[in-house]
Design a protein around this ligand. Structure first.
Ligand code: CA
Length: 361
């Protein structure tokens, strides 16, 4: 039965037609350009790649109805001003790392990474199946934002140093760039921790303003040329085991979008999370080999250093436990990581170790 004959033959036809007429004009119609401010310069590997991928996804999925106009760090607002700019309505959305905004709310740390927290895969488990997305929306809405994770760097190395770090004493007084809760933890080991935007790290290292820095990983770090300044690169960092990036949309702007366009934003962000995580995991191994070929000495932290990190990270996390939402987000993420690891440790963990042993790679 086609729609016309259904309405003609239905006693409810008149009511259904009236309801359809009333519902139609609730959302803004037509094409829309959304301004998206970011925290890095154009062309920065991984970070800006994810922002570009997201914008392309949104434009393609909406058939050109939604266009994202990306503004690099400093173009409209500074790298660390994007959160406030979108919260206040100065821009429609931001693409950044939410741990830069832990000062606005400490719960935001968990939506990038916390020390000894979730890997990239564990972040996805928590976010899409363990309540993470709902908590991200809850903390975002305090600031008038609708937030979605939108990129993931995968595991991040300990970073670049101009000397070997063999004992906890070697961290004393070290001027080191590390943001987020990882940086707060490192500060508790005696290092002098500074937060420097990604676009300014090279200059800070070259000028001697800092002794060392972490950024993202071999693929992204190589592009910035840190190997020209620092001799030592430590893999296996404690601070960012799988850092998510975030697209935060002004809540009024988001609510004006049609349900279809809202679904496109959410689905495009999820697609970018997966695309970005696999970009880093695919490219980092080859990039690390290139760095070694350029003379970089690749090392791992000792157990003594890891133990110092563990104590400092627990203290840094406990510092915020008076905040009810922080405590709830922490409990939720830690439960999801434990639940995920209960399976991956006896499945992927056993398999990849045995594959490496049997096939030597
Ligand atoms: Ca980092």
């Amino acid at each position: 039965m086609d729609r016309r004959s259904f309405l003609k033959n239905s006693a409810l036809g008149g009511t259904a037609a009236a309801a359809t007429t009333l519902a139609a004009p609730a959302y803004a119609q037509g094409n829309r350009t959304l301004t998206m401010v970011t925290s890095v310069p154009d062309g920065f590997a991984v970070f800006d790649d994810a922002a570009v991928n997201f914008a392309e996804n949104v434009n393609a999925m909406s058939g050109g109805e939604l266009t994202i106009e990306k503004k690099a760090a400093g173009q409209l607002v500074g790298a660390f001003e994007v959160f406030d700019a979108v919260s206040s309505g100065q821009a429609d959305m931001y693409h950044s790392a939410d741990y830069y905004f832990g000062g606005q709310h400490p719960g935001l740390y968990f939506f990038t990474a916390v020390p000894f927290g979730a890997t990239g895969g564990e972040m996805a488990s928590w976010y899409y199946h363990g309540g993470g997305k709902e908590l991200h929306h809850e903390v975002g809405e305090i600031f008038g934002l609708k937030s979605f994770i939108c990129g993931n760097t995968g595991h991040q190395p300990g970073g670049w140093f101009n000397k070997e770090i063999n004992t906890a004493a070697d961290l004393q007084g070290l001027k080191f760039r590390m943001p987020g809760l990882g940086g707060l933890a490192l500060g508790r080991t005696g290092a002098s921790v500074q937060n420097v935007p990604g676009g300014e790290i090279y200059q800070a290292l070259a000028s001697g303003a800092i002794d060392g820095a972490e950024w993202i990983g071999p693929f992204a770090d190589e592009r910035l040329g840190f190997q020209e300044i620092c001799e030592f690169y430590y893999t296996g960092g404690m601070h960012e085991p799988g850092s998510a990036l975030t697209c935060g949309v002004n809540l009024d702007v988001f609510n004006e979008l049609s349900p279809a366009h809202q679904a496109i934003i959410e689905t495009a962000a999820a697609a970018t999370h997966q695309w970005s995580l696999s970009q880093s995991n695919y490219n980092n191994g080859a990039a690390l080999e290139r760095l070694k070929a350029q003379g970089v000495k690749v090392l791992e932290f000792s157990d003594e250093i890891w133990d110092a990190f563990g104590t400092a990270a627990a203290e840094a996390l406990d510092e915020f436990m008076d905040d009810e939402l922080f405590a709830r987000i922490r409990a939720s993420q830690e439960a999801a990581v434990a639940a995920t690891y209960a399976w991956t440790s006896v499945s992927d963990g056993v398999y990849t170790a045995q594959r490496g042993r049997v096939r030597a790679g």
